[in-house]
Design a protein around this ligand. Sequence first.
Ligand code: UT7
Length: 329
Amino acid sequence: MGNINSAITGVNSWVPEYKLTNHELSKMVDTNDEWITSRTGIKERRILKGNGLASSDLGCKAVNGLLSKKKISPSEIDLIICATATPDMLFPSTACIIADKIGAKNAFAFDVMAACSGFLYSLDVASKYIESGLYKKIIVVGADKMSSIVDYEDRKTCVIFGDGAGAVLLEPSENEYCIKDSILKSDGSGRNYLKMVAGGSFKPSSLQTVNSKEHFIYQDGKTVFKFAVSCMADISVEIMKRNNLSPDDVAWLVPHQANKRIIDATANRMGLGTDKVMINIQKYGNTTNATIPICLSEWEEKLKLGDNIILSAFGGGFTWAAIYLSWSY
Ligand code: UT7
């Protein structure tokens, strides 16, 4: 028997129906469509409306759709990893809640928290479990209800984020169409530039933390932008170089959708034309852990067996990551 490789064998995504447009935002804060479009590339984002609905509900929609597409019963799943920055609660994990809601009775489940790089961190962890031979069917789901931590009075952040979820199925493969390489990095000295301060053990929730809006995202956009551009481009070029991939060898770049300008800079450094870059930020904004699987899902029909794909992300922490894979179907 050859080595066990790990392959993405299915993908699905789900976004809520409600569209929050730039025009609507311009009635809520001092902003306008021209500023948002030129600085970020975003035109609208989806918002999950309804009482009691959380990231797990977004995740369940994506995972249930994936299981029906693949004709797999929930009981066949060995492990569910949920990448989220907006867990339903601090604990139990959102992955446990998703597993229960979908009836994945034989799966163990846990969350990975690496802000916007969480989906790639999770994919890497999942691929190692598959390669070990221990597990045969793993779901990695990125789900974020970003609207639950966005201050809709802060024009610097409220224009950026949206809600959504995407999920992939990982299975063993003995051929070369599989996950080939990964690079994961973090630097906690960047922690103060992108954060949600209160609600954890450092600053437990209190009247004061609510009044001072510390349960919302804080971002020093300019600093994060600077790091995002250099780190995402560097890591994407690094993974190309160490796998001897020329721009011609790469079929697709799947970048985290944080800002169109960051995506363009990354593609440019990699030597890729825009026709090879998955971009849907105009429709969904930054859905944090869901951006990459939503792209894969929307481009699924265009993907061909053996396409060389590079996934790349940067997020709070700081965390950043790149994964190189050869598409398996
Ligand atoms: O996914 C996790 C990683 N996150 C990221 O990668 C995000 C990285 N950062 C960014 O994408 C950009 O920094 C932002 C889109 C957040 C902001 O764009 P920017 O070009 O860096 O703008 P800025 O923050 O430097 O602000 C420029 C000006 C400021 O006005 P003054 O001080 O020059 O008068 C802001 O107050 O634009 C103003 N501004 C706005 N104006 C209209 C900030 N937000 C808005 C807004 N509408 N929504």
